[in-house]
Design a protein around this ligand. Structure first.
Ligand SMILES: Cc1ncc(COP(=O)(O)O)c(C=O)c1O
Length: 413
């Protein structure tokens, strides 16, 4: 496979030539949000500057163009994750909203007292709290697949929890803390055999690796546009058409109805049934441009680049005394996403992050919205995290390694 041309890619991202605290910006917080190429930034200003109009309504040229581009972006995303069609792509604000939509709509109609809901111990709060709230409201039971060695999902625990025949299983494709990539297809097959509906949280997988929702076989798949080169405020929920047809919309009002009389109404067809009111038109269109950009570079090549950077980072950081890396120790295709969470012995991650900041390096420090995993299982108050994307370089990893040395020197370790 031809390697990606990181130098050329970096030219497309205006922010990467800026400085932070007087140093060239090394942006290593991609699991939180990605940077945006100028093509995506231009798509937004082009929409507002040249053809801003509401969609589905106006019978005039610019309204038609806006509608066409918005729909086209759904087709692009559908192709990227191998959905059956754009009817299966609902635009939301982010992965969090996509998951909440399912918990509130499907959950409201299908979860009863005593039912089991299954998630895992490695979930982001976005794929945990909506199920906790649903379970509490309905008197249902929320179960967790336990983590074992290297904090990987324990298959024995999965079998045990599935034997309780949960109504739904929701799990992350790739962990935002550990970088673990779960075998979504095999878990989905097992969960389906147990009679569960399956939702995959793809917030950390869709931007970084080839996703094939029909290959996985999942019923629902959630993602965020801003983590995959798109703008904030746009995300998506994929759902199998026959399931979405059966689900009730969460929000109601304009655009999501086919007809209304004073007495009654009829839902619009998919996916519009789930998009009440004027949507994030610019965001949707720009997400389509982000998908184009990823396709142009090639998702397989992006994955290979991140794997190589991750191996390099683990190898270099692994040699530093007092640094502990969390998560799967292997990092092959089924091993680890481009995420490296670490702790420096005796130093709080906020202090680590502050010294990195002074060096122009953006990393994340905290519980990474997975508080139970970090504080109860890993038993750290917080972790530092580097996360990579297509524009990161080995030189940036070298700078991070040097920053860790500086942390140790500063704290005289
Ligand atoms: C695994 C995972 N799921 C869900 C989310 C939520 O994404 P958003 O904040 O865009 O809704 C994140 C964000 O970090 C994540 O890493």
């Amino acid at each position: 496979m031809r390697r990606i041309d990181v130098g050329a890619i970096r030219e497309d991202f205006p922010i990467l030539s800026t400085r932070m605290n007087g140093k060239p910006l090394a942006y290593l917080d991609n699991a939180a949000t990605s940077q945006k190429p100028r093509q995506v930034i231009s798509a937004i200003s082009e929409y507002y500057g040249r053809y801003n109009a509401n969609i589905h309504r106006g019978i005039y040229k610019i309204a038609e163009e806006a509608t066409e581009k918005y729909i086209e972006s759904k087709s692009k995303l559908a192709r990227m994750i191998n959905a059956g069609s754009s009817r299966e792509i609902i635009y939301t604000r982010n992965a969090t909203e996509s998951i909440n939509l399912v918990a509130l709509s499907w959950g409201e109609a299908n979860i009863r007292r005593g039912d089991h809901i299954l998630i895992t111990e490695m979930e982001h709060h976005s794929n945990m709290v909506p199920w906790m709230v649903l379970a509490r409201r309905k008197g249902a039971v929320l179960d967790y697949v336990r983590l074992g060695k290297d904090y990987n999902l324990e298959m024995g625990s999965l079998e045990k929890e599935l034997s309780k025949n949960p109504k739904i299983m929701a799990f992350t494709h790739a962990s935002n803390v550990l970088g673990t990539v779960n075998d979504a297809r095999s878990i989905t097959t097992k969960a389906h055999k147990a009679g569960a509906l399956v939702l995959v949280d793809g917030a950390q997988s869709a931007p970084h690796m080839g996703v094939d929702v029909r290959g996985i076989g999942c019923d629902l798949f959630a993602l965020s546009g801003h983590k995959m080169l798109g703008p904030t405020g746009i995300g998506a929920l994929y759902g199998k058409e026959e399931l979405l047809e059966r689900m009730e919309p969460l929000l109601t009002g304009g655009d999501m109805i086919r007809s209304v009389t004073y007495e009654s109404f009829e839902w619009n067809e998919l996916p519009w049934k789930f998009e009440a009111g004027t949507p994030n038109i610019a965001g949707g269109i720009a997400l389509g441009t982000a998908v184009d950009y990823i396709n142009k570079v090639g998702i397989g090549r992006i994955r290979a680049h991140e794997e190589s950077l991750t191996s390099y980072a683990i190898e270099r950081m692994g040699r530093i005394k007092g640094v502990k890396i969390f998560g799967a120790s292997d990092h092959d295709a089924n091993g680890r996403a481009g995420i490296v969470s670490f702790a420096v012995d005796g130093i709080h991650p906020h202090d680590v992050s502050q010294i990195f900041d002074g060096e122009g390096i953006a990393i994340r420090a905290g519980h990474h919205c997975a508080m139970p995993l970090v504080t109860q299982l890993i038993k750290e108050p917080a972790l530092s995290r580097m996360s990579f994307y297509l524009y990161n370089t080995e030189e940036e990893v070298d700078r991070a390694v040097a920053a860790i040395d500086k942390v140790k020197r500063t704290f005289k370790l």
